[in-house]
Write a protein that binds this ligand. Structure first.
Ligand code: KG4
Ligand code: ZN
Length: 356
């Protein structure tokens, strides 16, 4: 452990997908400033994220966003103690924009640069003071449920994570978005589908529950999406669309609960079940996971939605955790479009110069 004064300021940058975000945190976890610019409107006409549009938008907006958060935090680049930027996994154009800006500031100020793994940033968010009702100790189980990621992760220490299971095909957010599209809803469809499902009959359509009851905690959602497509193809009135949305959501919630139960059994000693990613905003999913946690005698920790979806607070916080553990990265660290959590340990040990 390294002594990092509580008053030290860390800038966080996030640009791995379609959110441009910057934040300034004090090393004690106090959020001094945060800003997120969504590119939803830029990508909506295409029904998905267009990498080239995303990279150009990050380049256009990130520098001004950094100036804004520094001003809000009442500081300047000279007042920073470190810069943390998402360096992967994600879309390479955006990663290069954020990482290069981060390195530039670190170089100019002569302060440490931290190349943050986006998944680790999600994984460490529940340790940010104030997120859980008491400081969350390792190990805990993380269910990362977003548009791009769907995995069960054993979070064992800073830089030490084990993927217990992941999706064999679509991510759960992707399944929401594709099913919503089939139901004629706008992209990204998760929140729209949840609204449509309200008042619908979840038992009307006997949809498959892929992987339910199987050993392990892998996921699969493409068959569920196909079943939704088949139901839609038969023709649905408004009530039918509502019932189908409710049936889809019930199926997803049941599968996630089943997978979470198995994952918890694979991590004896877990202190909590943590859920993160955009799909964690879904009330049905949260309720199902709360039931699993309660049965296991563990708290369900769900960070507030703005910290569950992509943001820069989590990146700055991961930077603070890594600095406290004595880690930092060289300015030659290259952004990585693919960067599984399991490979963090090795990379961290090399770059930190010796942390086991
Ligand atoms: O974590 P996130 O903001 O971005 C990444 O994908 O990295 O997650 C976005 C995903 C989308 O697929 C979106 O449809 C889904 O989260 N989502 C929801 C809800 N809110 C967002 N899915 C179901 N119910 C919701 N309320
Ligand atoms: Zn994310």
């Amino acid at each position: 452990m390294t002594a990092l004064p509580d008053s030290a300021l860390v800038l966080g940058l996030e640009s791995s997908c379609d959110e441009t975000a910057a934040a300034v945190l004090r090393a004690d976890g106090t959020i001094l400033a945060e800003a997120v610019l969504s590119q939803l409107e830029d990508h909506a006409p295409y029904g998905g994220v267009v990498p080239e549009i995303a990279a150009r938008a990050h380049l256009a907006h990130l520098p001004a966003l950094v100036r804004r958060v520094l001003e809000q935090a009442g500081t300047t680049p000279a007042g920073l103690s470190a810069v943390a930027a998402t360096a992967g996994p994600g879309l390479i154009g955006g990663l290069i924009v954020g990482a290069t800006l981060g390195k530039g500031i670190a170089l100019a100020q002569g302060i440490p640069y931290l190349a943050i793994n986006h998944l680790e940033a999600h994984a460490l968010t529940p340790r940010l003071p104030g997120v859980a009702s008491h400081p969350l100790a390792f190990p805990y189980l993380l269910l990362l449920l977003s548009g791009g990621h769907c995995q069960c992760v054993a979070v064992e220490d800073v830089g030490h994570h084990r993927r217990l299971g992941s999706t064999l095909d679509d991510a759960v957010g992707e399944a929401f978005d594709k099913s919503a599209k089939l139901l004629g809803l706008p992209w990204p469809g998760g929140p729209h589908l949840e609204r449509l499902a309200q008042g619908g009959d979840p038992a009307r359509f006997p949809l498959p529950r892929p992987m339910f009851g199987r050993p392990g905690c892998d996921f699969s959602f493409s068959g569920l999406k196909t079943a939704v497509a088949q139901a839609v193809a038969k023709g649905l009135d408004d009530m039918g669309r509502r019932d189908l949305a409710a049936s889809f959501q019930a199926s997803v919630a049941a599968v996630l609960a089943d997978r979470a139960r198995n994952a918890l059994a694979m991590l004896p000693g877990a202190t909590a079940l943590v859920v993160a990613g955009g799909v964690a905003a879904n009330a049905g999913v949260r309720a199902a996971l709360a039931g699993v946690a309660q049965k296991a005698g563990l708290p369900l920790v769900a960070p507030p939605i703005r910290l569950c979806t992509d943001n820069a607070v989590m990146v700055a916080w991961a930077g603070i955790e890594r600095l406290k553990a004595g880690m930092a990265d060289g300015l030659d660290h290259a952004p990585r479009p693919r960067w599984p959590l399991d490979q963090l340990r090795q990379a961290g040990a090399e770059q930190a110069g010796g942390r086991p």
